[in-house]
Design a protein around this ligand. Structure first.
Ligand SMILES: NC(=O)c1ccc[n+]([C@@H]2O[C@H](COP(=O)([O-])OP(=O)(O)OC[C@H]3O[C@@H](n4cnc5c(N)ncnc54)[C@H](O)[C@@H]3O)[C@@H](O)[C@H]2O)c1
Length: 468
């Protein structure tokens, strides 16, 4: 009571694009009486019966959604059973003192009459909450991450065995560089659950069909096993694809070790490999059983790899409407991961709003193609973002100070790449219609617009400005 379940529940539903049911409101609608009066007129026992019936109905509904339960609903075994069978149950933690301050003046709280009784109620319910909760959260980002199965915590790496869902065997897949730095610790952390260890090549080579085929042949996991993928985005993309296809799909848990991986690549269920016809052309949507992101693993990253990640962080900050890049690593990873998780839960199959994540990437991909892929992704994204922001300034009057801030943070410099090749790649990617191309732009920080028509000539001029 007073934890903020209704506010957080509504916010969570909004962010992940699911319907929201507040159980008190549902009860009031059914009884046509305010909860306070229902409680007073019928007494607690009958109130709980009505509450239980409403909760079980809502929880058994086939439509995925967010439900805020009343604080006392878990006292009833039927509700606890419905939660176990149909829900991922988040316990919103709050100090009793804070909750009391919030509820003591509220008129519609029949059980919040004096602080002693309130504290006793809190203590009485605590064991039930412990028993019922799947995950404990304190804020909206925490709830989004929990809903997406993303666990961000410094030190999580040491608890891998318990954080990888299930109790079955684990095949650990990594690559030589990462295995050299973090492999032994991963094996130790997985303990008795570790069944076998495997390697893909380091870097983009992991995403070749031959490397994946070798892993398919090596894996001896049964259906109940889990593939744990330890590495950067290339490794998790490839290992995730192997998990999606091996035995027609086994559970997997990426443990991203780069900034790109922790804020972007490991989240959202997209897995892919490269083929001669193009990068990421073959893949599958395969949502991880859990993503375990430990920001402490980033300490060994090279400055160049950090820069690659920082460009994605800046992109995420622009989309989320906050300068997330100014945060310390653990907070930055958490906030960016939550943003991406929410967008991907809204659009798991990439058919709508997920396109916003491509802000700046149309130009970036073109520059990478123009460089024959010898350009750091972060540098390409940094340039692509400035181009997208410049177009946004012209179309929406976006404040140029935002671009100045991005430029101070990422220091993008025009690059010497093959302009004709870059333009050809962009045109192939964006197929101009009636002399216009569709871009992702920013109306304001936190307000991306996808599919905005921009004159082909303007896009070309912007691309040219990025090339020396
Ligand atoms: N699936 C998605 O949604 C998605 C999103 C963005 C990017 N991606 C993919 O991610 C890939 C890029 O990911 P990346 O930038 O992480 O590249 P990467 O996996 O190639 O890693 C970059 C380099 O960092 C090294 N490295 C990794 N972790 C380290 C650590 N902790 N300490 C020291 N060195 C470490 C690696 O050995 C590698 O040399 C691309 O293939 C891209 O297509 C996928």
């Amino acid at each position: 009571m007073g934890a903020g379940k209704t506010t957080l529940g509504a916010g969570l539903a909004e962010r992940i694009g699911r319907p929201f049911v507040d159980l008190d409101a549902e009860l009031e609608a059914r009884a046509r009486l305010p909860v306070r009066e229902l409680f007073a007129q019928r007494g607690e026992a009958e109130f709980r019966t009505l509450e239980s019936a409403a909760a079980v109905d809502v929880l058994e509904s086939r439509r995925p959604g967010v439900v805020a339960l009343g604080g006392g609903a878990v006292k009833i075994e039927a509700v606890r059973r419905a939660l176990r069978e149909h829900a991922l149950t988040l316990l919103l933690e709050v100090e009793p003192e804070v909750a009391w301050e919030r509820v003591r003046t509220a008129e519609d709280r029949p059980l919040a009459r004096d602080p002693e009784r309130f504290r006793a109620l809190h203590a009485e319910r605590a064991p039930l909450y412990d028993e019922t909760a799947d995950i404990r959260v304190r804020d909206l980002d925490g709830a989004v991450l929990a809903a997406a199965g993303v666990h961000v915590e410094t030190g999580a790496f040491e608890r891998l065995a318990e954080l990888v869902p299930g109790e079955g065997p684990v095949a650990l897949v990594s690559e030589p560089r990462v295995a050299g730095i973090h492999g032994a610790e991963a094996q130790l952390a997985l303990g008795a659950r570790l069944d076998s260890t495997h390697e893909l090549p380091s870097g983009e080579a992991a995403k070749g069909i031959a490397a994946c085929a070798a892993l398919w042949e090596e894996l001896g996991l049964e259906r109940g096993g889990t593939l744990v993928a330890l590495g950067g985005g290339a490794l998790t993309d490839a290992a995730g694809f192997v998990a999606a296809t091996y035995l027609r799909g086994i559970a997997w848990a990426p443990v991203p070790t780069t900034l790109v991986g922790q804020v972007d690549a490991a989240i959202g269920g997209k897995t892919a490999i490269d083929v001669a016809a193009g990068k990421n052309l073959v893949g599958a949507f395969h949502w991880p059983a859990r993503v375990v992101a430990d920001p402490a693993l980033l300490a060994s990253l090279s400055p160049e790899e950090r820069r690659n990640g920082l460009a994605e962080v800046v992109k995420t900050g622009l989309l989320a409407g906050a300068p997330l890049w100014e945060l310390p690593d653990p907070d930055l990873v958490r906030a960016c991961a939550a943003h991406k998780a929410a967008v991907c839960l809204r659009d798991p199959l990439d058919r709508g709003p997920r396109a916003s994540l491509n802000l700046g990437h149309t130009f970036a991909h073109a520059l990478e193609a123009g460089a024959g892929y010898a350009l750091a992704h972060g540098d390409a994204v940094a340039l692509g973002l400035t181009a997208a922001l410049r177009v946004s300034e012209r179309l929406y009057g976006l404040d140029p100070e935002i671009r100045a801030d991005v430029e101070r943070t990422l220091r993008p410099r025009p690059v010497a790449v093959d302009g004709a090749r870059a333009w050809a790649a962009l045109r192939r990617d964006k197929k101009a219609l009636g002399g216009e191309m569709r871009l992702v732009l920013l109306e304001a920080p936190g307000r991306p617009r996808t599919g905005v028509a921009v004159a082909e000539e303007d896009v070309r001029a912007e691309l040219r400005a990025l090339i020396t």
